[in-house]
Write a protein that binds this ligand. Structure first.
Ligand code: HEC
Length: 99
């Protein structure tokens, strides 16, 4: 019972993260399991999964609203959005080298 509730919450977080990724990030980043980023300098989200562990990625995303990154304007993300994005990014691509 409790496990079922936790699983349902986890799925919801991933779904919300996918929505945020599509809305806020897909203009530059490839946010799905395949395909190149529209902005060729922007890492694919599945490569983020390989290069950063979930905790540091979440920390980084939580700070995106203030800092943006070099080629990217600051984005309006809540702390919940950052956690949802990380949950979603964890669902992308198996842990294999490459993009
Ligand atoms: C206007 C284009 C653009 C948008 C929109 C954009 N990014 Fe980026 N992003 C880039 C580029 C270009 C890079 C690589 C250069 C750099 O780090 O600035 C990058 C790098 C990154 C990195 C790795 C480097 C770092 O700073 O940690 C992360 C994580 C990231 N983006 C997350 C996101 C998320 C999450 C969103 C949506 C909320 C998003 N980006 C939206 C252009 C964009």
């Amino acid at each position: 019972m409790i496990t079922a509730i936790i699983l349902a919450l986890a799925v919801a977080a991933e779904d919300r993260g996918a929505q945020v990724a599509l809305r806020e990030c897909a203009a530059c980043h490839s946010v799905g399991p395949s395909g190149d980023s529209l902005n060729s300098d922007a890492p694919t989200f599945r490569s983020l999964r390989l290069s950063q562990n979930p905790l540091s990625l979440e920390k980084r995303l939580t700070r995106l609203p203030e800092t943006g990154h070099p080629a990217m304007p600051p984005r309006p993300l809540s702390a919940g959005d950052a956690a949802d994005l990380v949950a979603y990014i964890q669902t992308l691509a198996p842990r294999t080298p490459g993009r």
